[in-house]
Design a protein around this ligand. Structure first.
Ligand code: XIL
Length: 372
């Protein structure tokens, strides 16, 4: 009898060890950082129930792919539409997710009228600052205490690390960045405030962001975090370059968010690691080599690449607040249509049916490997 119950116990232990493999991204990185996904319109409105269910099983943070951008919430002067934004935030509140707001001040997906008066002339500095402040107060104020983290300024840097000559910069001057953070802080003093950009692992742009953050902090500007978009390719940037960038940014005293991660496996028609949404390249079958599925060998390489980057994130977890994937499944990724329209891309951790890819298996194993 005793023998039998001892056998039962050991079988039970063996069985529970077998199921101890983490079942989700959020469980794997519990206590390390949030793992997030960007939500599209169908997910926000509940039309895509299976993606919503997958998201809730796997992730504990959300970002809005487009729902809170200026052109969506305030398309015309005096006309506001927060219907999608409200549904997005309600979803996050209902499911106790870490909710990200994306974004407040950017040179893309902002209507042209924002920078002009009724006669089409560019606004003077004070008038544009007032418009920026009103926008930030209205949007951040609406979700005060609900959106935990805001991307306040998006993509203000050129590739050489200098400030981009956007209309924000040209009309207001370089202090538009500081002003945006000050207004956002006033509108919600408890929100985490982030500067967000792409290609930050490249040395010149990294030096630029480090300079910018140091200067803002020296001036007492309330910046808490830098978002590294991490729209990566197979060979670039390397895991080492990514690690160097995370550590250099964290050394300025702010947190790092991996804010929009995906890995592009397709041939690139453009040079470098840009994520400039205004770029368009012509479709061409050579640029779309795998319309019917990713070859197994490529998928293995992609899994290894994902694992190498997550090993860095795990190692640097004390400095990282979240790792957000820019979409839930490959079917929805913006990378199917940017920079080339109509391609079949494989940049995320779940396939077109919502099944975990080999990359997912590689990523959830990383913390366990480190403990061995
Ligand atoms: C992308 C969205 O995913 C697309 O749906 C949209 O058409 C263009 O913008 N950097 C950013 C994001 O900060 O807002 C962009 O999102 C991707 C690049």
């Amino acid at each position: 009898m005793l023998m039998r119950s001892a056998l039962c116990t050991s079988l039970l232990i063996a069985a529970s060890a077998a199921v101890q493999q983490p079942a989700s991204l959020k469980q794997s990185y519990q206590g390390d950082f949030y793992v997030g996904a960007a939500m599209n319109t169908a997910e926000i409105t509940g039309q895509d129930q299976s993606s919503d269910a997958l998201l809730l099983r796997q992730f504990n943070s959300i970002s809005p792919e487009n729902a809170l951008k200026w052109e969506v919430v305030n398309p015309k002067p005096g006309q506001y539409d927060f219907s999608l934004g409200d549904q997005y935030v309600a979803f996050g509140v209902k499911h106790h997710l870490w909710i990200v707001g994306h974004n407040l001040v950017w040179h893309n997906q902002v209507p042209a009228w924002v920078f002009r008066d009724n006669n089409g002339k560019l606004l003077p500095r004070d008038a544009l600052l007032k418009r920026m402040k009103d926008h930030i107060f209205r949007e951040v104020g609406r979700y005060r205490g609900k959106i935990q983290s805001w991307d306040v300024v998006n993509e203000a840097l050129n590739e050489d690390g200098t400030l981009r000559q956007s209309l924000w910069y040209k009309i207001i001057g370089p202090d538009y960045i500081a002003k945006a953070f000050e207004y956002a802080h006033e509108a919600d003093p408890k929100a985490q405030l982030t500067y967000n950009d792409y290609n930050l692992a490249s040395p010149a742009k990294l030096a630029g962001v480090v300079r910018l953050v140091k200067q803002l902090r020296a001036e007492g500007v309330p910046i808490d975090c830098v978002g590294m978009q991490t729209h990566d390719h197979m060979d670039s940037p390397t895991a080492e370059e990514t690690d160097t960038a995370i550590r250099a940014i964290a050394a300025t005293g702010v947190k790092v968010a991996i804010s929009e991660m995906d890995i592009d496996v397709l041939p690139s028609p453009v040079q470098g690691n840009t994520a400039d949404v205004s770029i368009r390249a012509a479709a061409n079958p050579k640029l779309n080599p795998w319309p019917n599925g990713l070859p197994a060998a490529m998928q293995q390489q992609l899994a290894a690449r994902y694992a190498a980057l997550f090993r860095v994130f795990y190692k640097d977890r004390a400095d990282i607040s979240r790792v957000t994937l820019w979409g839930v499944t490959n079917a929805q990724s913006w990378k199917n249509n940017w920079p080339v329209p109509g391609r079949t891309n494989y940049p995320l951790l779940f396939d077109r049916q919502g099944k975990p890819t080999p990359s997912w298996y590689a990523v959830v194993k990383v913390p366990g490997e480190a403990e061995k």
